[in-house]
Design a protein around this ligand. Sequence first.
Ligand code: GTR
Length: 324
Amino acid sequence: MKLAKTLCAALGFALAAGTLHAQEITLRSADIHPDGYPTVEAVKYMGELVSERTKGRIKIEVMNNATLGNEKDTIEQTRFGVIDMNRVNAAPFNNLVPETTVLGLPFIFRSTEHMHKTVDGPIGEQVLAAFEPHGLIGLAFYDSGARSFYSTKKPIEKLEDLKGMKIRVQQSDLWIAMMEAFGANPTPMPMGEVYSSLETGVVDGAENNWPSYESARHFEVAKNYTLTEHSLNPEILVISKIAWDKLTPEDQTVVRQAAKDSVGKMRELWAAREKVSEEKVRAAGNTIIKVNKEEFSAAMKPVYDRFVTDPKMKALLEQVQAVQ
Ligand code: GTR
């Protein structure tokens, strides 16, 4: 009798564990961009990898088009476990995770290769690890190209032209300081408000990479694109620590690896989309302006002086600069 009871209990436990193990998980991932945008497609690709590797047990549902809200709000929701995953540019993370600031510093990267080597190595790992105390797990860096200015009326041909211009920036103290150092009046706002702000003259301009300039249709209302290429700030993919802690260690490994494996796909998609977007903007007849980048970069000293102060940031900056 006693043995039967023990057996029953053991069987019950095994069944429960089995059910638990077989439990299907759907991770909802936020993105503000539309279908076809590289970040959206890269996370979908990661979802395919996760699904394949867990035999369909874990899925990723990409909730893009800002259906879950603007980036700042979705970051908070991800921290509180309302959203499981999030793909956001490094900028809106700056105030929360100061280590991310180093990647957005103006003109810090000499080239895309320099940026790739930085985020692919120990510096990248250090920045990703810095998310954990803030309720997030950093999974991967995605490309975001070079950000350049665009303006509605006055074309920006030299640094002086930015003086007094109202320029939309991402919601980050670093980015506000950067615009001030360029001589502009920074107007922080979420991406979703930029089109109408350009159209109605709330701002005189903004800055972004070719694909966002094109895909968010900002190029239709701000027809001067000035190739300052002042930042190669990457995108960051994170998962909520609450969602993460519910995964088994094996599943955590699968999710982390799939995120890493989606980076190559993202880079391919990005390179292709940059070309297509640039062609589309040029075909629309927009004015593309080349500038003396030295002049713009020389104005950035106050940004470095303000944000690279503590020993941790100084060390990070030196490490980035030392990457060959
Ligand atoms: C895009 C980036 C978005 C967002 C946007 C912006 O390039 O992919 O995550 O940061 O820029 O300027 O708000």
